[in-house]
Design a protein around this ligand. Structure first.
Ligand code: NAD
Length: 250
């Protein structure tokens, strides 16, 4: 593993425009379960019943139960060593941007400045009628779906991309441009199952980028596009990687 970390660190230092693409796995060590591990919120609130636009339109009060529960969980968690390692790489000039599928705001809390939220942010709410966006204030909701102040007081949606919705256009455009221009992608904790996010590393690879992947398990990326596979928990792997980059720079 030491040799792999060394190779990955050298590739990052040599890269001109390295980016990271992160998924739920990087936040598991902060206490937020991913979709695929047993237990946690997603067992109580299956994504196909609580995280689709059809479910929201059919019964928003029901769907809001998940988002209130998630909001309460998010209020108790903090960034972990994996988030901090990516922020440190950015601070030393060796990471241009983090494209995250996560909706938990933990990259920003760890100090990452350039973050593209591919699936939105669960700490905000959005009115589908007038476009008003606001922070989610769970206490003010009193257990009911929040309503907008615009005409008709429509129920607001969590500002996340539900299954069946389009990716926010700016995030989609900026990510695609980065995927086409980057020379190195560090993929962390994503199962490669959710599209179009899963296509970004493939686009980068087809444009010649080096792919470094960190995951506890093999994914569809691993045998197809990954050049260096750092198998293990993101917290420890990315800490080692960031420390090795710093050592190379010293
Ligand atoms: P996923 O749940 O499909 O896959 C998570 C991946 O992380 C798996 O491949 C797993 O092996 C790996 N993993 C688990 N623990 C890890 C660790 N400690 N270190 C490194 N890797 C680890 O996640 P996904 O690919 O991001 O897709 C799920 C969708 O659900 C995304 O769209 C995301 O928006 C959403 N989601 C977000 C959060 C969050 O914001 N924290 C949590 C759950 C789901």
């Amino acid at each position: 593993m030491e040799d792999l970390i060394d190779k990955a660190a050298k590739a990052i230092v040599a890269a001109k425009n390295p980016i990271a693409v992160t998924g739920a796995g990087i936040s598991v060590e902060s206490g937020i379960p991913d979709f695929r591990s047993p237990g946690g919120l997603w067992t109580t609130y299956p994504p196909d019943q609580f995280a689709t636009i059809d479910a929201f339109e059919a019964d928003p009060e029901k769907v809001w139960k998940l988002w209130f529960a998630l909001g309460e969980s998010l209020a108790k968690v903090s960034p972990n060593a994996g988030h901090r390692a990516l922020a440190s790489l950015e601070a030393s000039g060796h990471l241009s941007c983090v494209i995250t599928q996560n909706i938990d705001n933990l990259h920003q809390e760890a100090g990452s400045r350039k973050v593209i939220e591919y699936h939105g942010n669960a700490r905000h709410i959005l009115c589908l009628t007038c476009g008003h966006r606001a922070p989610l204030d769970i206490a003010a909701c009193g257990g009911h779906a929040p309503r907008c102040v615009c005409a008709g007081a429509p129920i607001m949606k969590p500002d996340v991309t539900l299954f069946g919705e389009l990716i926010p256009p700016n995030a989609m455009r900026d990510s695609e441009l980065l995927a086409q221009s980057t020379d190195l992608v560090l993929i962390v904790g994503t199962s490669a199952q959710v599209y179009p996010a899963a296509a970004l590393p493939m686009t980068a690879k087809s444009h010649g980028a080096t792919i470094i992947e960190c995951n506890t398990a093999i994914t569809d990326f691993t045998p197809t596009i990954t050049d260096l596979f750092l198998q293990g928990k993101a917290g420890s792997m990315l800490s080692l990687l960031s420390a090795r980059v710093n050592a190379l720079l010293a």
